[in-house]
Design a protein around this ligand. Structure first.
Ligand code: CP
Length: 308
């Protein structure tokens, strides 16, 4: 085991051994989901606080399930309904939560860098559950775990990440992690949705969907992140879907063993057709299931693998 970190803030900082450490630990946790009684004592007596300032279905639920299956006490905090609505600052809120002695704070926030700010001020472990358009490390780790399960390895695989790359923390975390694991990444989308400095991250850029996906082992479709767009970056949803949406027709030209991934939430009929999202190449719900195992692994490595 190589894990030495207090926090998990991004995949950019992780080396290949650390990523393998999380994935191997997650593999060993996965069988808990198949038990009648889904409970192990690993984090008994530990407290995990989910501090969410943005909406979430998958991440928050899976961190809660992960903590509970490991016997931690899990507390869910939403900014809405809290004293943040009375003007309490993010840092003051976090310092007040810390005064109640949690072992791990899992934070999602609309501002890039918010988890790093907490990591500097809090003595407990901090996990980034998505910060603005910056990083979403546990999503990338569960994506890698899903690919490794399905393909048997990571190195040498070719991945196409398609859509709104500019606003996607999932794309950024996956690019860092996939490059570290020896994978080839092509990002594809309209020029307005691909960051100008993207090539500096070591990826290929394509502005033609068919070119990007034709030989890919894995295709990851992204949602249009309208909540982070400040102006109209696409002509219309119908036009975007026609050119960049993945339907059955475009899928026919792909590899016979291609994996179709999507981090969710899916906008059916926009970036992906329902027949593709629900079809035989899709591993979208495997990603969600692996989210619990990966988050159990992360909580264990941060709070359970060191002496109290
Ligand atoms: N993929 C993901 O982060 O989904 P949620 O926003 O539902 O957590």
């Amino acid at each position: 085991m190589t894990w030495r970190r207090k926090d998990l803030l991004g995949t950019r900082e992780l080396d290949a051994a650390e990523i393998r450490d999380v994935l191997d630990t997650a593999d060993s946790m996965k069988e808990i989901a198949a038990r009648d009684i889904k409970k192990v004592p690993t984090l008994r007596g530990k407290t995990v606080v989910n501090l969410f300032y943005e909406a979430s279905t998958r991440t928050r639920t899976s961190f809660e399930i992960a903590g509970k299956w490991l016997s931690a006490d899990v507390i869910n905090f939403s900014a809405s309904g809290s004293s943040a609505e009375k003007g309490e600052s993010f840092l003051d809120t976090a310092l007040n939560i810390e005064a109640m002695s949690p072992d791990v704070v899992v934070v999602r926030h609309g501002a890039s860098g918010a988890p790093a700010l907490l990591a500097r001020h809090l003595k407990c472990a901090v996990v980034n559950a998505g910060d603005g358009a910056h990083e979403h490390p546990t999503q990338a780790l569960l994506d890698l775990q899903t690919i490794r399960q399905k393909k048997g390895h990571l190195e040498g695989l070719s991945v196409a990440i398609v859509g709104d790359v500019a606003h996607s923390r999932v794309a950024r975390s996956n690019i860092h992690a996939m490059r570290t694991m020896g994978m080839t990444v092509t990002v594809a989308g309209p020029p307005t949705l691909i960051p100008p400095a993207c090539q500096e991250l070591g990826v290929k850029v394509s502005h033609r969907l068919e070119e990007a996906i034709g030989h890919a082992d894995v295709i990851m479709m992204l949602r249009l992140q309208k909540e982070r767009m400040h102006s109209g970056l696409i002509p219309s949803l119908r036009e975007y879907s026609r050119v960049w949406g993945l339907g059955l027709e475009k899928l026919r030209a792909c590899r016979a063993d291609v994996l179709i991934m999507h981090p969710g939430p899916v906008n059916r009929g926009v970036e992906i057709a329902p027949e593709v999202a629900d079809g035989p190449y899709s591993v979208i719900l495997d990603q969600v299931a692996n989210g619990v195992a990966v988050r159990m692994a992360v909580l264990y490595l941060l709070a359970g693998s060191r002496p109290a």
